[in-house]
Structure formats: C-alpha cells, structure tokens
Design a protein around this ligand. Sequence first.
Ligand code: GLC
Ligand code: CA
Length: 567
Amino acid sequence: MIRRHTLPIVLFFIFSLVHAVWAQTRAVDAEGHQWWQHAVFYEIYPRSFADSNNDGIGDLNGIASKLDYLKDLGVDAIWITPCFPSPQVDFGYDVSDYENIDPMYGTLADFGRLEAQGREHKISIILDFVMNHTSDQHAWFIDSRSSRTAAHRNWYIWRDAKNDGPPNNWESLFGHSAWTFDPKTKQYYYHYFYAQQPDLNWRNPAVEKAMFDVTRWWYARGVAGFRLDAVDTLFEDPDLHDNPILPGTNAYGDPNMVNKYNLKLPEIHGVLQRLRKVADEQGAVLIGETYTNDIAELKSYYGEHNNELQMPMDMMFAEVNKLSPADFRRQIAAVESTGGWPVYVLSNHDRRRSYDRYGDGLHNDEIAKLMAGLYLTLRGTPIMYYGEEIGMENNDPKRKEDVKDPIGKVGWPKEIGRDGERTPMQWNDSANAGFSEATPWLPVPPSYKSHNVASELKNPDSILNFYKHLLTLRHENPALLDGDYVPLNENDPNVLSYLRRYQGEAVIVVLNMSASEQKVRFNLTPQGFAGASATTLLTTLNGQPKDVSLSQISLPPFAVYIGKVSK
Ligand code: GLC
Ligand code: CA
C-alpha cells in the first residue's frame, strides 16, 4: 500500500519519467524530425581521447574534461566505443561485463558524472553495444565452456568436430578458422572475430532477453542510444553449410570466400525490430555498424516500416576513396532513394583516417575542409571521428613488433592493423600532444606540432575553425537542417554541386574536387531560384567575397563555396 506522504513522490517520479520520454521523442521541427536528425554525432575512442590520471590511457574523466571543447565545436552527441570491463584483446570489443565500466576508464560513478555533465552541455551519450559476441572471460562463457550441460551452454555456438577438424570451412574475419576446439568438453565454439570473442547464440531467447536487459540497464542511467556493433554477424546458418570458396587468398593467407552462410541472415531483422521497441520506450536512437554492399541491403536495415535502425551507417559512402564527384553523386543519390534518413561517416576506428585517404600530399588541409564541406552539408546526420576536425593523420606502425592491434600481428605486413587511426587526440604542441603526461599507449604522429586544438583555435584559417563555422551554420540554417537534396551540374567531372532547398529558401554547395582551377556556372531557374547571385555563407575562396555571380564562379583547387540563393 502506498502511504499518504509517499504519494506525491510517486506522482513526481511518474511525471518525470513521462516528461523525460516526451522530451526525447518530441519532434524538433515542423518536419517531424527527431533530435538525432538535427544532431551532430562524434565518435570517441576512449583510450585515445584524454588521459586524466596520466597512465597513458584515456578515460571517462578525460572525456568529461573536454565537454566544453565539444560543445564549442558544435557536437550534440558522443558515441563512446566500448568502455566496459574487458581483457582488451580487441581493445574493448571483447566485453566481460556489460553493466560496468572498466577500471582503466573509471567507475560507474564517473560515468554518472559524465552523463550529468553531458546533460548540462546538451551532449547526449551513445554507448557501443557489442551484440554478436562476448569476451571469453564473460561469466556466461566461463559457465558455457565448463560442461556440456552447463546452464549457459546453449548461449554460445558449440558443435562437434567434423572429420577430426572444425565443423565447417567458415573463417574468422580476423584470420584463420572461425572455430576453436575446447579440449575440456571436446567441442568447437564459433567466433566470427578472435577466438577470445565467442559468438552469442541469438537463436536462444534467453540470450535476447539478457542482452535487451543490458540496454534497459543503461537507458536507466541516462544513455540516449546505442551504436550496434557488427550487426551483420548476429546469425549463422544452423545447418552449417560450407561457404563458397573464391580464387586467391586474403591478407592472412586464408582462401577467399563468400560469407554466404554466416553474414546478413534475415533473422537479424526480427532482433532489430524487437530491440527498436525497447529503444522506442525510451526515446532512444539505434545506430548500426552496417557494412552493406548495395543500397537494397542498406534500405533493409531501416526496416520495412522504418521499425529497425533509425541510423544505419552508410559505409559505402566512406568507401568512395577517391575525390570523384561522379562516385559521390551516385552514392548520395542511392542513399536518398532509400527513403530513410541518411547517416554519413568519413572514417572511424577501423578505417584509415580521411585526411590520409583523400589527401594528395600537397593540399591535405584544403582537402580536409573540402570533405567537411561535403558530409556536413548533406541531408542526413553526420558522425564525425575524433581528430578529423583538426586534420589528424594516421600514424601507422613501421615494424611488426610495434603493432598493438592483433589483426596487424596476424596479418603483418599485408594487414598492418588499426593502430594508425587510433592514436591520441592532439590537444596542443607540448609533449604527447597534451593527451597525457605519461607515454601514451600509441605514439602521436609528428604532425601534432602543427595540427592540434590549441594552435588551430588561434588560426582563423585552420581546419578546426572551418569545422566550427560549418557546424554553426548547419545548426542554424533551416535549409541545411531540413532541406531536400537537389544535385546540380550532374555531368561536371570535377566539381560536385547541389542545392539544399527548404520552403522557398536554398543553400548552394559547390566543391571543387580537382587540383586545378575550375569555372562553373549555374542556372537555378528550373529549381525556382532565379536570382543572379549567391550570398556567401562560408567559403575558402580567396578574399572571402560577400557574394558571387552564379553565371561564373572561379574555384581554386579543392575550394569550397557555400552560399544562399534567392528567388
Ligand atoms: C566492429 C568494431 C571493431 C571490432 C569488431 C569486433 O567492427 O568496429 O573495432 O574489432 O566489431 O567487435
Ligand atoms: Ca587514464
């Protein structure tokens, strides 16, 4: 029975809950868009962002100390890659306890403070949900491997040997067989990644229940959503058909194969629909690590009734590796055609930094601004990668003995691993780039002397200041927030141009993707904008002209022009 004086407290609690859910699900504009459609996301690799206790490894208090920086930059949500207890075989993507923080990164109390300070800064926190596998040190797996009749035996994928070898020919993405023999119970277990990352058995409803409860546990602690790790890998063919073999071998020396029977099985969609229901109860957002090969696949991740992932990442966009207007045009049009809300990413902790991928060695800083001018002005939500905003470059290991990422150890020299894109954030030009007073876990590249937050803040022409201006514009301009995407001059092989058009207003974006000067002209009358000139909003053009004539814009190599056009 509720006693009289507790009733107001209970009512207040219910009111706060309803208010919190309402606050997170209410539309932020006339288009019915949700908060995450107007937000700029920023990925943080916690080992490498900021080290508060000087042990050479970044931590949650380090992240909290940089919230002012992130707010000032224009970030609305941070996605923190796994910071849960972990043996760190795959640097946190091997989780041994989903409901805690690894002591290396801090405590649950630190997380609580980070979340509260994030709230004050209006920065939401997105955690990484490693769904496909746990660490082999997770209590579930320790029990699972203890005997064939253990309570958690069927939480993982155990099979008998076939002809004294593994149950079939499936290979791990991280090299060699995806099956490891466990002598104690004389069966093999399946792992799409390292042997220390056994796959969960998502056909077991107990696994689904336990994992969904993990998300509820974090929602109750203020988390605004999850980035779902490796969603393509959740299910495997229960009959274990062999995968078809292709000619040649991969970086690990294994035969190439089509992962026909262990990737992207249709059962994934049922899980995503049910996980989305849990998320919707909280007004939370689900972002997917969706490595799709074609647009139909990407479309399927939104769900037939938009009832799966709100934000499946378009990795095909990040795979356009050369500055090719035609290729970008094609990919943007493809994503637009899904009817879903696009999610643009240039790089992450698994891919070479965009500074290196697009840079030509001569105009890298200009190209970094050009790429920002592209993915931050498209219709959709961008996810930045820490350090992109200052032009951080890869610092790849030169010798096998320096490699930390196990895939680099197994695959050297063909696969050098992912250390290069995971180096410490460059805060200033002091020792260790101001990341830590101790030797950082990975070395900072020499470029920290010129490419760091403190120096770039002082330089009006820096990449960082370009990002800041661009993000301010993006947050304030209705056409950039809500406008449609209208490609322009579609046959131009050098310059990528488009309009973002919203309710009688439009912004034109013109990006010279070539190393030579280009002259372009636009006739926007068919699009409803007959004005002869554009008013500059942001540009890298010399002299920062206040406006330009649409009948002739001269663009130096890699120039960016963003302007407002009129009727
Ligand atoms: C995802 C992560 C990657 C990790 C893998 C296994 O691809 O982004 O870093 O190694 O999943 O969890
Ligand atoms: Ca630390």
